[in-house]
Ligand binder design. Structure first.
Ligand SMILES: N[C@@H](CCC(=O)N[C@@H](CS)C(=O)NCC(=O)O)C(=O)O
Length: 235
């Protein structure tokens, strides 16, 4: 049985980490049985981040490397029908969500003062009293450093919002009236799109101009509802 190591969650979402949610969604889409091993922090993990998996003697870290491993080991029914052009578009959209939109959402969750109490509660509410004060402060400082290193954290909130809104517009334009990201048939890009869009649409934050923009595209909400009904019904 595949063991999926990931963060605890909140708000009824499969995971507050879009990368963890992406991998769990992929496992469900591919019909691969798995067991979750909850980890409250990414300490003593292969790359200092979550998710990762263990499959027998094999340990693989990073959601994309895990998916490559799973495709090699168990087959690739989800993506085998994609043309080279569709694969290229899927990769570009993946990078848009994972390397760009992700950082704007991190900024909103961790740096915007109005949202910090909800983020602190969701991620650290379960810690004992003293740790509940100290750990979030250090984590927020670390997040600020990472955002600065990436570059997103050097922009104003208006600039970050504009950058993220353009991503959301591109995702909505690509989805159009299609059932799934690449047409009538789901593929692994849908694991990513569902994870990143649900983490935007379904995490309640006090101040969220990116969500306000996403709501102007009702197809994004119905897409997420469709993915949830198909792959997480009763979960
Ligand atoms: N490229 C990695 C990204 C994973 C990632 O950034 N995970 C975050 C949670 S969303 C994490 O573990 N952060 C903890 C940290 O950086 O200390 C993947 O695809 O798995």
């Amino acid at each position: 049985m595949i063991e999926l190591y990931q963060f605890p969650t909140a708000y009824g979402l499969p995971n507050l980490s879009p990368f963890c949610m992406k991998l769990e969604t992929y496992l469900r889409m591919a019909g691969l049985p798995y067991e979750i091993r909850w980890k409250s922090a990414p300490f003593a993990t292969p790359k200092g981040k979550l998710p990762y998996i263990r499959d027998g003697e094999t340990c693989v870290a990073d959601s994309s490397f895990v998916i490559e491993y799973l495709k090699g080991r168990y087959g690739d029914a989800l993506d085998e029908w994609l043309t080279a052009e569709q694969r290229a578009a899927a990769l570009a959209l993946q990078r848009l969500m994972e390397e760009h939109l992700y950082w704007a959402v991190l900024y909103l969750r961790w740096i915007e003062d109005a949202n910090w109490p909800a983020t602190r509660q969701a991620f650290f509410g379960g810690l004992p009293p003293v740790l509940r004060t100290l750990v979030p402060m250090g984590a927020r400082r670390g997040m600020r450093r990472e955002l600065h290193g990436h570059g997103m954290g050097r922009h104003s909130r208006e600039e970050i919002t504009a950058l993220a809104n353009a991503d959301v517009t591109a995702l909505a334009a690509h989805l159009g009236d299609k059932t799934y990201m690449m047409g009538d048939r789901p593929c692994s890009l849908d694991a990513i799109a569902y994870a990143f869009l649900a983490n935007l649409l379904w995490v309640p934050l006090e101040y969220n101009p990116i969500l306000e923009h996403a709501r102007t595209y009702p197809t994004l909400e119905s897409y997420c509802q469709r993915m949830k009904a198909r792959y997480f019904a009763g979960a």
